[in-house]
Design a binder for this molecule. Sequence first.
Ligand SMILES: NC(=O)c1ccc[n+]([C@@H]2O[C@H](COP(=O)([O-])OP(=O)(O)OC[C@H]3O[C@@H](n4cnc5c(N)ncnc54)[C@H](O)[C@@H]3O)[C@@H](O)[C@H]2O)c1
Length: 317
Amino acid sequence: MTDIQKFIGDRTIAIVGAGLVGAGWAVVYARAGLRVKMFDANPEITRKAVPLIAGQLAGLKKHGLIEEEPAAILARISTASTLAEAIEGVAYVQESVLERVDVKRQLMIDIDAMASPELIVGSSTSGIPGSAFALGLSISPRVLIVHPVNPPYLVPVVELVPSPETSPATVEFANALMQAVGQTVVHVRKEVEGFVLNRLQAVLLREAWALVQEGVASCEDIDKTVRDGLGWRWSFMGPFETIDLNAPGGVADYAERLGPLYQRIAASRQHEQPWDEALIKEVEVQRREHLDHAELESRRAWRDEKLMALAAARRRP
Ligand SMILES: NC(=O)c1ccc[n+]([C@@H]2O[C@H](COP(=O)([O-])OP(=O)(O)OC[C@H]3O[C@@H](n4cnc5c(N)ncnc54)[C@H](O)[C@@H]3O)[C@@H](O)[C@H]2O)c1
């Protein structure tokens, strides 16, 4: 008996919202051996998700990232035409609907009305704390945030964020489920908008937009700085380990040498700096010089190919 079967048994996972992230989650669960039911309020999206997933599985096979035949994994994924059908008899729901508080709240109310007493719900929200949409219902102790990175079947990290009403048993379940399906768990101990991942990304993006606004560098040169600079180390170590290795005496030595520089930079960015219309337009123009709008889809496929090659390389000792 595998780890997953120990606590899921032969029950199914439901994915509610089968867009970019929901479809990616279906791959995560099905490749780990679980049965998956997908439901989207837009039946066209559910229909499109199946061929999309077939293509993703073919890519994983090509890069040696799955042993099973794609068709065998795909056979574990089915679709449902209503929410009730999707959650009937399942152990866990991966909520992946639009990033809007009203949509997520209504879905929690709907699930609450029809859920079995053991059903657990993980929300994929990128940054909305559970307190904003998951409190005061009988299901609330069994709801938490299970925030992935897109696409979740290629980027393993998942943030687990309980609301004040989430029970410890729910966090334990989600932690065990994520470990069993091969994701990397980060525990966010306090509710905060954007959690950890998007707060870190927010700081980098804020500076990137400001540097373009001030004419310090072009979008492409900023992208190059991350792609051919910071990102090289970040693909296998984090910022704290990076600085620990970047001074002869480790992190404390680094803080003494370069702390004042970073503090001056942080102090210089205390004011509000919205992404105003003119700035967004400028960045859009610069980006479209490098990538035509019509090529966004094929470039996403290119990105996923790169991630698969990276995942295959990281598996080698
Ligand atoms: N795209 C990313 O990079 C990313 C990364 C991590 C987390 N997320 C989060 O995942 C969630 C989904 O994002 P996405 O990028 O897949 O968006 P998406 O627009 O591709 O998919 C959302 C889907 O939800 C469906 N939907 C809306 N209301 C519904 C309902 N009541 N019941 C069932 N389906 C419903 C829509 O029809 C749509 O297909 C959001 O909360 C988002 O913040 C996104």
